[in-house]
Design a binder for this molecule. Structure first.
Ligand SMILES: Nc1ncnc2c1ncn2[C@@H]1O[C@H](COP(=O)(O)OP(=O)(O)OP(=O)(O)O)[C@@H](O)[C@H]1O
Ligand SMILES: [Mg+2]
Length: 388
């Protein structure tokens, strides 16, 4: 398999030149135009080596290198070559201290670049076959306390935010087996593979799952629901936990969108997950359902921290405000997503999620806040996942 090289440089001419030269040598190339994007793509693409310019918008090369080294800890090491226009020894020392493995002064000869790349790849490759850091393997459920509260909207856009904005490897599972609508939300045809292609195979392994997952343009991988309600019956309560277990080894986040049924399939999914986000709106029937769900989860013996409440359309006028809702439930609402009907419905009807096309909208920013909180949350669970 060709090694993948991430080029982080804001100069389109340098981008073009490096892309051409590296492809000629048989490498896969990924390009980032600023430091923040470079850092994101390091997480999302797991490159084998990074060519990192020093003078970059958003985050400079030193900051990017430092962030990568902090994040990857001692478990992995992606080789970094700094591309610098500066000749001073002091700058080189700074680059190396930030975590670069080598540096090249611009302009450089392509032959020299290739020699440095090959030597670094050789130095680091044999140590670990699994390039990049190990996946976090966090499994989270988005459970709709009632139909139509926005569970799918939140699941899809949170998945895209975690991947594109926060650089995580993300798999989104449509657990609404009979009437899943990720195909509609993401403009994918009925011909795309689904969970049925996994459960009807003689055995479930990572290779099979990889073949069935559908890559969305945003970079999020999807496990789609069956194309028709009849075939949903082929999925038994044992299937999803087994599939999720395999996905843990491949992704930082596995987000599963499920509906309000507390049947064996959904309970199996809840059992294997780290967190359940109960999505709700501020109306009485929803509050009643949330109360029942909290009780049921309590009876099942899960600790209360396993459930977090997400109030969607939180600023919509319903006559019940956040304080009233919290009072009725006797607990706090953990997350809120703003109400923006036009943004949500037009994204749905066009098949282009707002987090992908309008990340900077009110709704986009609200979902990004939610994703950020998820990503920062329990360090303990993350540490356990890394140590697994
Ligand atoms: N934050 C929001 N602001 C305004 N409208 C929203 C918001 N979130 C979702 N919606 C709208 O609510 C409707 C239902 O959304 P969605 O399909 O995501 O809900 P659901 O809970 O998954 O529904 P179902 O029960 O059908 O699975 C859609 O029209 C969507 O555009
Ligand atoms: Mg839904």
């Amino acid at each position: 398999m060709a090694a993948k090289i991430l080029v982080v440089d804001d100069d389109p001419n340098v981008q073009r030149l490096l892309q051409y030269t590296l492809k000629q040598e048989g490498y896969d190339v990924v390009i980032a135009s600023d430091g923040a994007e470079g850092f994101r793509l390091w997480g999302a693409e797991a490159p084998d080596l990074i060519l990192l310019d020093v003078m970059l918008p958003k985050l400079d090369g030193y900051q990017v290198a430092t962030k990568i080294r902090t994040e990857e800890g001692t478990t992995a090491h992606v080789p970094i070559i700094m591309l610098t226009a500066e000749r001073e020894v002091e700058q080189k020392v700074r680059g190396l201290r930030a975590g670069a493995d080598d540096y090249l002064i611009k302009p450089f000869h392509p032959a020299e670049l290739m020699a440095r790349i090959k030597s670094l790849l050789a130095r680091f490759a044999p140590r670990d076959a699994l390039v990049g850091r190990p996946p976090l393997g966090r499994v989270m459920v988005l459970y709709g306390a009632k139909g139509g509260v926005g569970t799918t909207t939140i699941a899809i856009n949170a998945a895209i935010a975690l991947h594109r904005e926060l650089g995580r490897k993300v798999c989104l599972v449509d657990g609404n087996l009979q009437f899943g609508d990720h195909r509609v939300f993401l403009d994918l045809g009925l011909d795309k593979k689904s969970i049925v292609d996994i459960v009807t195979a003689p055995s479930i392994d990572q290779d099979l799952i990889r073949q069935v997952l559908v890559k969305h343009d945003s970079g999020v991988d999807l496990l789609l629901a069956p194309p028709s309600p009849e075939t949903a019956e082929l999925v038994t309560p044992e299937h999803l936990p087994a599939i999720i277990d395999q996905l843990r080894g491949l992704y930082d986040y596995i987000l599963i969108d499920i509906d309000k049924r507390l049947d064996d399939v959904n309970l199996g999914i809840i059992e294997t997950s780290e967190l359940v986000f109960v999505v709700m709106t501020a109306d009485l029937s929803c509050l009643k359902n949330v109360r029942l769900v909290l009780e049921t989860i309590g009876h099942l013996g899960y600790e209360s921290g396993k459930v977090q409440l997400v109030l969607n359309r939180s600023n919509a006028f319903t006559g019940i405000n956040v304080k009233n809702a919290e009072g009725a439930l006797k607990r706090t609402i953990d997350h809120q997503v703003v109400n923006e009907y036009r943004g949500a419905i037009s994204a749905l009807n066009s098949g282009a999620p707002f987090m992908f096309t309008k990340a900077d909208s009110l709704l986009g920013r609200s979902l990004l806040d939610f994703a950020r909180v998820i990503d920062k949350q329990p360090a303990a669970a993350q540490a356990a996942a890394v140590g697994r």
